[in-house]
Design a protein around this ligand. Structure first.
Ligand SMILES: Cc1cc2nc3c(=O)[nH]c(=O)nc-3n(C[C@H](O)[C@H](O)[C@H](O)COP(=O)(O)OP(=O)(O)OC[C@H]3O[C@@H](n4cnc5c(N)ncnc54)[C@H](O)[C@@H]3O)c2cc1C
Length: 318
């Protein structure tokens, strides 16, 4: 029996991000663990129903007396580290998202604990984490010898299984103070109506041949009908056709949607590293010899400028 913490991420609207539910499922292990949901800058009451459906027994909104935690990730990590000590947490889980990678790494450094990021499997009984290596070419099972450790889970890589419980809200004011050495000056939000890549069940992405930012409209039109998020390869981002926040791959976002539709993407190993855990991969490529056809579940040989609008029309017709 162990105390397991889950750093919970919320949307701009204050809802618990769907990708957390697989993390909570992993945190429960085979049962018998006490799962602490740790919240920073979110309303615990608004999150309670969602987390109690996934077995989070203690929900802890973390604050800091006399300091604004939203002002710096450094301060948030210090507060998180204090919460880990205060609630005697053995393993701290979070998402390997941009927020998770930042906060979990800082917290591990403060507490001097081992950190394993981007895990796609965890065995809590044996303290083993599974993650891909070498841009997804191999995977490693890492045995953590320390009693306490920190683990980032690749978003949506683990199945979310509900297990209802009674959730108790415990507030916690961390004894941290703001040194003022780091301050968030500005947060530039993307289009809040669009589905976040790491949260999406379906993603449709375009590569270099999309040719311009304007041409992404055909993907957005299709995404609207599918309820999908829109991604891009690095070649499309480097060419200025899409912002970096849309990049999927080794140096972009790691995603595990139910369906990933790659349009005009060659299937380079660095792109694949970011989406290979998608449940179903569909490729649209005009070159029948393209490597992506060796890596997808369904392939359509064709010009994306013809196939994508046709797909959108077909979906609209139902
Ligand atoms: C260290 C490092 C990190 C990297 N990180 C990433 C990363 O995070 N993400 C990433 O994506 N890449 C990454 N890359 C780059 C990666 O190696 C590839 O260069 C890149 O993924 C290629 O992008 P692409 O498939 O869009 O373009 P291309 O390689 O140019 O492929 C375009 C494909 O579209 C097809 N095509 C052309 N016209 C059409 C059309 N009209 N309709 C349909 N198909 C068409 C072509 O047949 C081709 O297969 C990284 C590289 C390095 C070295």
């Amino acid at each position: 029996m162990a105390n397991i913490g889950v750093l919970i991420e919320t949307t701009d609207k204050g809802d618990v991000k769907k990708a957390n539910f697989g993390v909570m499922t992993a945190a429960r292990g085979n049962g018998g663990n006490t799962v602490f949901g740790l919240l920073i800058g979110a309303d615990a009451a608004a999150c309670k129903d969602a987390v109690q459906a996934y077995g989070v027994q203690k929900l802890v909104p973390i604050s800091a007396a006399g300091a604004d935690l939203s002002s710096s990730p450094d301060l948030q990590a210090k507060a998180l580290a204090e919460a880990v000590k205060n609630f005697d947490i053995n393993v701290l889980f979070g998402l390997s998202s941009s927020t998770g990678k930042d906060l979990l790494a800082r917290t591990a450094a403060i507490l001097n604990l081992p950190l394993v990021l981007d895990c796609v499997g965890v065995n809590l009984a044996e303290n083993i984490a599974t993650k891909f290596h070498f841009a997804g070419k191999t995977f490693a099972k890492i045995k953590i010898k320390a009693e306490r450790w920190i683990c980032g889970i690749r978003p949506n890589s683990m199945e979310a299984k509900p297990a209802a419980c009674e959730t108790e809200i415990l507030s916690y004011a961390a004894p941290v103070h703001d040194t003022g050495r780091m301050k968030i000056r500005e947060v530039k939000k993307g289009d809040s109506d669009r589905i976040e890549l790491t949260e999406a069940d379906i993603i449709i992405s375009a590569g270099r041949p999309i040719g311009s930012a304007e041409n992404f409209k055909i993907l957005h039109d299709c995404a609207k009908v599918l309820g999908a998020a829109v991604g891009a390869s690095r070649a499309a981002v480097d060419a200025g056709f899409a912002p970096y926040e849309m990049q999927v791959g080794q140096t972009g976002k790691t995603v595990s949607p139910k369906v990933y539709i790659a349009c005009g993407i060659s299937g380079a190993v660095q792109h694949f590293a970011g989406m290979k855990t998608s449940k179903t991969i569909v490729a649209i490529n005009k070159d029948p010899e393209s490597p992506i056809f060796g890596k997808c579940d369904y392939g359509i040989v064709g010009d994306l400028f013809e196939v994508v609008p046709e797909l959108t029309d077909a979906l609209k017709r139902g």
